[in-house]
Design a protein around this ligand. Structure first.
Ligand code: ZN
Length: 177
């Protein structure tokens, strides 16, 4: 049974650690962690969550884009566990877009990210996957990947003027799109 797991917040030193490689994907503990993360991200209206955000510092995250109150325009996809992920190539084009983070509640920021990336990861069955991701899903991947290296989206802001509160985001951005 999947369980909801508490999400740690900015200031917790675990969010600043470099996460460890996942050795045994078929372990019950890893498979349960994946199920718990999928349940937790859905309940929190997130579009992605990384294992360090539930205080488990290993190289695994979920990308689970779908429209929800926090991201009304997100594309729909099956929640996907990405284990030991890598960015193998990226576009030269960088685009700025709004991000939030379940570990940084109440804050949104305009973050520059590669528009397209080619990635490799191991799926929960232990199979190596190689995919090209673009736009919002590429953004989610880059955000979650940063969590594995102890980086939070506010570190990527070019200017503190690119940071606004969730309430202003809802007023200015969501209600105007
Ligand atoms: Zn985050």
């Amino acid at each position: 049974m999947a369980e909801l797991t508490p999400i740690i917040q900015l200031g917790n030193p675990i969010l600043r650690q470099k996460a460890a490689w996942v050795e045994s994907i078929h372990d019950e503990s890893v498979q349960k962690l994946i199920d718990d993360l999928i349940a937790t991200v859905a309940q929190a209206n997130g579009v992605g969550i990384a294992a360090p955000q539930v205080a488990n510092s290993c190289r695994l995250f979920i990308v689970a884009s779908r429209p929800n109150p926090r991201y009304p325009n997100a594309p729909e996809m099956e929640p996907t566990a990405m284990i030991n992920p890598r960015i193998v190539d990226h576009s030269t084009e960088v685009v700025k877009g709004w991000e939030g983070c379940l570990s940084v509640p109440g804050i949104r920021g305009l973050v520059p990210r590669y528009q397209a990336i080619e990635v490799e990861y191991t799926d929960r069955q232990g199979k190596l996957q190689r995919q090209e991701l673009t736009d919002f899903v590429a953004r989610i991947f880059q955000h979650e990947y940063d969590h594995l290296d102890g980086i939070v989206f506010v570190d990527r802001l070019e200017n503190t003027l690119d940071m606004i509160t969730e309430q202003e985001y809802q007023n200015q951005v969501v209600n105007n799109t």
